[in-house]
Write a protein that binds this ligand. Structure first.
Ligand SMILES: [Zn+2]
Length: 128
């Protein structure tokens, strides 16, 4: 079970976008487009499990970079200077609770039917 899922709204709490926003007295929020699970690799770079220390998220409109993509043989591939979101570490974002609209820590609770659910540690409301 993951704390942050695709489609969640998150607040950026560290990194260049958060720092710039703090200087102007605002916060940065965005929707999670992708969650990347860090994988543990052995010495031959074979995947041997998950590494939560490498878990990252791609957030819509946040951590923008300009990727200089070389032209490839495939005409369908975009090339040139492409502006795109770079992944940021999962610890640098906080979930925005859908009920209280605050950036919050996430807890887990087992429901009566045995399924696990996330809850907001601020307002105690179940998230999904
Ligand atoms: Zn809440």
């Amino acid at each position: 079970m993951e704390r942050i899922k695709k489609g969640d709204t998150v607040e950026i709490i560290a990194g260049k976008d958060a720092a710039a926003a703090r200087r102007e007295g605002r916060t940065v929020r965005g929707t999670v487009n992708r969650v990347i699970h860090g994988s543990k690799v052995d010495r031959a770079y074979r995947k041997v499990g998950r590494d939560p220390n490498k878990d990252r998220v791609v957030v819509q409109g946040v951590n923008l970079i300009i990727k200089h993509q070389r032209r490839t043989g495939d005409v369908r591939t975009q090339f040139g200077r492409i502006e795109m979101e770079a992944p940021l570490h999962i610890s640098n974002v906080m979930l925005v609770c859908p009920s209280c609209k605050e950036a919050t820590r996430v807890g887990f609770r087992t429901l009566e039917d045995g399924t696990k659910s996330r809850y907001c540690k601020r307002c105690d409301e179940l998230i999904d």
